[in-house]
Design a protein around this ligand. Structure first.
Ligand SMILES: [Zn+2]
Length: 384
């Protein structure tokens, strides 16, 4: 692993905790580079009333990077507030963009690894849309695994998939070691993971992508190191659609100590950039919303979930943005934890006539743009 100078991090306000042990590699030394407080501990769980939303349990974020393995995680993560595998927060199946994303990913995976008529184990309920696509498109059968258990795990499984669940796991090393034990001699089992790419969050200063319960963040290097350390050989690891990382792996029969995917120096540079500049981005947004308010502009945020909860709670300007809009009918009438913003349907916008719509996730930009046209709105679309 290359050498890099952590001591320079002091210059940009990063706090080094030399005695804090990494949850992944167990080595001492974490550098905390992003802190936030008053953040809902379950930001993706919407509340039935505004009163309950305003009384949501709050927690801290203290995002640190391990000086040895490069894992980035929330060192203030509240274990008791969050289950081992997150429950499925809501379905995105209403979204054409989301469905296309899942189906495209499933098609790539099925084709590349000839995944037809196989038995699949999907880790965490958040993986169920991906599992459904794999079963439908490849004639596979599968089950959701809510809790890894050596006795209960289906030893005949041909494939293990995890779609966006690893970031919710505080101790991924423990989980993957347990999985490796579950698979035992089944070295032909294929693992397929998709996680968010922390390098994009850092370089785009996307502070709203950091929530309390999304406790772990991966780069190509730190994800590869985690899997190798846990007893897996990596078949392929790469960036996907500008904001994700996909990884295919299989159980290893030997202890590997490969030093490929060494991105520590580069990752540190991005951490420093984020630490130095993210506050400026938040202030720009505060100023922008204040200007909108002075001008009497009506502003709404598109899509409910952890990103919008983080964005609104950190903005802390309740009257600057009136509503959160979502196409998922199950969410209408619910409230964002912490700030209490109400979630409304796109149809409601015909009546409210917003001047600006903020869309946090580039994946949905086209969909939002089409909705604006369909509803006959003249609102300006603000994207990232
Ligand atoms: Zn570490």
């Amino acid at each position: 692993m290359s050498r890099f100078d952590f001591e320079n991090l002091h210059e940009c306000g990063i706090i080094n905790h030399l005695d804090l042990k990494c949850v992944n590699c167990g080595k001492s030394g974490m550098s905390i580079f992003y802190e936030a407080s008053g953040i809902p501990v379950q930001s993706a769980y919407l509340m039935p009333t505004r009163e309950k939303a305003l009384k949501s349990a709050l927690g801290k974020i203290a995002l640190g990077i391990c000086r040895s393995c490069g894992l980035i995680y929330n060192t203030e993560y509240n274990h008791s507030a969050n289950p081992h595998f997150q429950k499925k927060e809501k379905t995105d199946a209403f979204s054409f963009a989301y469905n296309s994303f899942i189906q495209e990913l499933a098609e790539i995976f099925i084709t590349k690894y000839s995944l037809f008529n196989k038995k699949i184990s999907a880790l965490g309920a958040k993986s169920d849309d991906f599992l459904s696509a794999l079963c439908e498109m490849g004639g596979n059968t599968g089950q959701i695994v809510e809790q890894l258990d050596l006795k209960e795990f289906n030893k005949d499984t041909d494939c293990v998939v995890s779609a966006m669940t690893l970031g919710n796991i505080y101790n991924g090393a423990d989980l993957l070691s347990t999985l490796r034990s579950c698979l035992s001699e089944r070295t032909n089992t294929i693992l397929f993971y998709i996680v968010r790419d922390v390098e994009r969050i850092l370089t785009e200063l996307a502070y709203w992508e950091i929530s309390h319960e999304d406790c772990t963040y991966f780069s190509l290097g730190s994800l590869a190191r985690l899997f190798r350390k846990s007893g897996f050989d990596i078949i392929e690891i790469k960036k996907y659609k500008g904001q994700f990382i996909t990884l295919a792996a299989k159980p290893s029969m030997t202890k590997t100590a490969s030093n490929t995917n060494d991105d520590m120096g580069d990752l540190l540079g991005k951490v420093k950039y984020f630490a130095e500049n993210h506050l400026q981005k938040l202030l720009i947004w505060k100023q922008r919303i204040a200007d909108f308010r002075r001008s009497g502009y009506r502003v709404v945020l598109w899509k409910a979930g952890a990103k919008s909860a983080a964005f609104l709670n950190l903005l802390d300007m309740e009257d600057g943005i009136k509503y959160v809009v979502d196409i998922n009918t199950h969410l209408h009438g619910a409230y964002i934890p912490g700030t209490g913003h109400k979630i409304i349907s796109p149809a409601h916008l015909r009546e409210y006539r917003p001047d600006a719509i903020i869309a946090l996730n580039p994946l949905f930009n086209t969909e939002v743009s089409n909705e604006i046209k369909r509803l006959g709105l003249t609102a300006e679309l603000l994207t990232f």
